[in-house]
Design a protein around this ligand. Sequence first.
Ligand SMILES: *Cc1c(COP(=O)(O)O)cnc(C)c1O
Length: 336
Amino acid sequence: MSTTRRGFSYTKTRAIFVSYYRDGTWDSGRLQEDDHITISAFSTAIHYGQQAFEGLKAYRRKDGAINLFRYMDNGRRLMDSCERMVMPPVPLQLFDHAVKTTVLANEQYIPPYGTGESLYIRPLVIGLGPVLGAMPAKEYMFMVMVSPVGPYFEGGLKPVRMMATSYDRAAPHGTGKAKCGGNYGGSFLPQKEARANGCAEALFLDPATHTYIDEAGAANFFAISDKNEYVTPISSSILDSITQRSLKTLAQHKLGMTIVERPIKLDEIGTFTEAGACGTAAVITPIGEVLIGDKIIKIGPEGVGPISQRLYNLLLGIQVGDIADEFDWITIIKQE
Ligand SMILES: *Cc1c(COP(=O)(O)O)cnc(C)c1O
C-alpha cells in the first residue's frame, strides 16, 4: 500500500508525447519533458471545441510487468471521434507508438501492483490556429499524457445515488457518440446540481423524449434484471464504452447471462435488481438509488449487488493480470 492515498488528480510525470499534423501528414512525434504547450490564441480547439480525447490505463502486474487493456479499441474510437470533429484521424500505428512510448518513458510513475492504483493515459487531439472563422483548422496536435491515479473506491465498491437530470449532454443526432470536450463542459452544471442534491452524479436521459436512460456523466449505464439479463440502453447519443463492451462479454460468457440491448425507461428503474455505471475510471459504480424529481427510487436490496461485484472482480482481475486473458484483451508492453 502506498502511504499517500491517491484520487483522480494530476501528478506531473517525466514526459508527454507530442505529434503535429501539418501539410497533410502527421509527423512521427517526440517526447517532451515540459507539460505546457504553446499554441495560437486563435486555435479552433479553444474557440470552437474542435478536439477529441481518450482515456485508458496501464497496469502493473504481480510479476512487475506492465500491460495495457484493449488499447487499440481506444485508438479506433479516437479515429471515429476525429472524423466527427472533422480532424485528421490519428493513424492506429501512430497511436500505438505514442501510447507505448509515453507509458514506458514514465515507467517510474506506474504504481505498484496491489495498491489499486494505475497509470491513467490521456490521448488528446486539438485543432490549432490561427483560425478566426468557425471552420476546421489546417494544423493539429496529437498528445499523450499520463498520470498515476488511485482506485475510485477505497475499501471496495459502494452504491451511490444518482439524479435523473432534465439537462441533456448531447443532442439526439449531435456529438454524443464522440469523446469530444464539448460534451463535458456542458455536463458540469447538471453534475453540480446533482451534488447539491446529495447525489454522486447526474443521470442523463434520451435528449429527444426524456423518457429513457442514456448514461451518466462519463460512464455508461447497465442494469440487471431478475431474469438473469444484463440490460444496456440503445441510444444514438451515448458513448460506446469499452468497459461496457467488456462487461457484456463477461456477463454472457463467464456468468451465463443474457445480454439485452433496448431502450430502458426511467420509470422501470425500480424493477431492476441491480444497476450501475461503468467506465475506465471506476470500472463499475453501483447505483443504489435514483432521485427522480423529489422521489428517491431504490434499486434492489441494500449494498453492492452480487452480479456487479462478480463482474467488477472479473474485469479488474483481467486488467491487472490476475485472471487469465481468455478474450485477448491484454498487451504486455514490458516484461518484468
Ligand atoms: C469515456 C466515457 C465513457 C466510458 O468509456 P470507457 O471506454 O469504458 O472508459 C462513457 N461515457 C462517456 C460519456 C465517456 O466519455
